[in-house]
Design a protein. Structure first.
Length: 183
């Protein structure tokens, strides 16, 4: 990633800790297939990017803050997508825009996006999406026996937790409610 986008990785939209080096212990198509679900499955970075950009199109009309929030969080998710594509390639896989187990190997489609109807509904949906992503990453951390991949997935989870906090702050500010806050 070029230096023009580093602000998204060290700013308020992501955890301040460094990302581990993107490497693997060796080729492993099973691990690559697991990461394909994180990459472009039903609950994936590709889904998050598209959902947050869709919400951004509405939120930017409500407030500059909300518009920027969803735009910048989607940029962090793009960085996660790039990391996962790199890992999948290093594992011997092919990062096409398809999941594996969650999509039965079919290509990604727009039905995976939670579109929502209102600002509050969309923010709650975004929080739910982050929690589901964390759950998937934790499942894959348990299933993958590669210390490099585990470190990378744990680092991505830190960003997802930042997103939950940011979405909850926006939900409180614009809707007057809190929803599924982190402990």
């Amino acid at each position: 990633m070029d230096n023009n986008h580093k602000e998204h990785l060290k700013g308020i939209y992501s955890d301040p800790s460094d990302y581990p080096q993107i490497k693997v212990t060796g080729p492993n198509l099973y691990y690559a297939s697991l990461l394909m679900d994180d990459y472009a499955g039903a609950v994936s970075e590709f889904t998050a990017i598209n959902q947050y950009l869709y919400h951004h199109f509405f939120f930017e009309e409500i407030s500059e803050y909300l518009g920027k929030l969803l735009e910048n969080v989607s940029i962090v998710e793009m960085w996660h997508l790039e990391i996962l594509a790199d890992l999948i390639k290093k594992l011997g896989g092919n990062p096409i825009i398809a999941g594996s187990y969650s999509t039965y190997g079919t290509f990604w489609n727009g039905s995976f996006v939670y579109y929502g109807m209102t600002t509050c509904d969309r923010l709650k949906g975004d929080i739910d999406s982050e929690y589901r992503a964390i759950e998937e990453y934790e499942k894959h951390i348990f299933m993958i026996n590669d210390p490099y991949i585990k470190k990378i997935l744990k680092r991505i989870i830190l960003d997802e937790k930042v997103h939950i906090k940011l979405f909850n702050q926006a939900l409180l500010k614009y809707c007057g409610i809190t929803y599924k806050q982190l402990p």
